[in-house]
Design a protein around this ligand. Structure first.
Ligand SMILES: [Cu+2]
Length: 379
């Protein structure tokens, strides 16, 4: 068994090297650089309310049930998840420290950056217990770097990316052509996302989701960030359906299948109206203001770019709303954005109103269930 498995892995490695060489040549043609990220799928515990406080209300956290007749029960805020985490190199021994300005990413995967003309390489190690992948939006991929299994007429090496086995490593290669960068109505950078797509709904609800930012050619600093922006913030509005996580049973949920339409019905002894307690209405994995205020602090007059995205579940419609300040979104002034499932949006703010402000979903029951954080504007 083991020698056979090694043979398969070495075949994949050879294929990956060849494929990478081909795309690197393409990258050189476009004049960009290759940016390599070492990202693992790791099983970790995540606390939706670190610190145990509802910092919107300013009181100790206590669960509230949405449906009036919900059976009252204590609600855990800690769940085992599989998250994308960045490492310093291919040994996957040392986590790359997340800088202070990106602490707000919470349970999202590491930020992947590129500039038009670059090539992004993701060296993906699956440290979890079932196959996962990395599927990107927006950037260019050949069939060997799509990260999705379906009946697409491919075979052999073109299937190796579809799901990476536990313990295995695979290299995804994504060139960044013009059509992955800003369009005529965009600013200097655009947002995309990446996620596991072996089983899209269950993989994402398990936690495998992260941001990609692509900057226009000629408008980037050496690190890839847009040179006309002082502060970048990613906010992912996600209705995490923990009952659809692959780890639902390990998290003591009644059924790994949806209480709605998919699969067998949950434990009949569980009242249907207990629904909210295993659905987390989060921004980047934080609920009820549990994102540290220090993670979303900016200065008056800074050019702040907000990258917004939503998750994949049936009701993942969101209406991000900023108190205190306004943004430019799609060329228009507003203080409420709109996100459908997996939609991405970029909003630019130059805050002029000093203070601590609410940033929340304006779908009222999402807000009540904790889809809210605070941001702070310093003088
Ligand atoms: Cu919402």
């Amino acid at each position: 068994m083991i020698p056979h498995r090694r043979l398969v892995l070495s075949g994949l490695t050879l294929f990956t090297l060849l494929s990478t060489a081909a795309v690197d040549a393409q990258s050189a043609d476009q004049g960009g650089r290759t940016r390599t990220y070492y990202i693992a799928a790791d099983e970790v515990m995540w606390d939706y309310v670190p610190g145990g406080r509802d910092d919107i209300a300013g009181v100790p956290y206590a669960d509230t049930a949405f449906f009036a007749n919900a059976h009252p029960r204590p609600v855990s805020t800690v769940y085992k998840k599989v998250l994308y985490r960045e490492y310093t190199d291919s040994t996957f021994r040392t986590l790359t420290p997340r800088p202070a300005e990106w602490q707000h990413l919470g349970f999202l995967g590491p930020l992947i950056r590129g500039v038009v003309g670059d090539t992004i390489r993701v060296v993906f190690r699956n440290n979890a217990h079932r196959p996962f992948s990395v599927h990107p939006h927006g950037v260019f991929y050949q069939k060997s770097s799509e990260g999705v299994p379906y009946n697409d007429g491919t075979s052999g090496a073109d299937k190796a990316d579809d799901g990476v086995a536990p313990g295995a490593t695979y290299v995804y290669v994504w060139p960044v052509p013009e059509r992955a960068g800003p369009g005529p109505m965009d600013g200097s950078s655009v947002m995309w996302m990446y996620h596991s797509h072996v089983d899209e709904v269950r993989d994402i609800n398990t936690g495998l989701f992260g941001p990609i930012i692509i900057t226009a050619r000629g408008k980037a600093r050496p690190d890839g960030s847009p040179n006309d922006v002082d502060r970048e913030i990613v906010a992912s509005f996600m209705q995490v359906e923990e009952q659809d996580s692959w780890l639902a049973k390990e998290n003591f949920l009644p059924s790994p299948d949806s209480v709605f339409s998919r699969g067998p019905k949950p434990n009949p002894s569980l009242p249907q109206d207990a629904y909210p307690w295993f659905v987390k209405f989060t921004i980047n994995g934080f609920v009820h203001g549990s994102m540290p205020l220090s993670a979303l602090t900016m200065r008056k007059g800074e050019r702040v770019r907000w990258y917004l995205m939503a998750s994949t579940n049936d009701f993942d419609f969101h209406a991000p709303h900023w108190h205190g300040n306004t943004v430019i979104l799609n060329g228009m002034r507003t203080d409420v954005a709109q996100l459908a499932m997996m939609q991405m949006a970029v909003a630019d703010m130059v805050p002029d109103d000093v203070g601590t402000w609410l940033f929340h979903c304006h779908v009222s029951f999402h807000n009540e269930e904790g889809m809210a954080v605070r941001y702070r504007v310093m003088p």
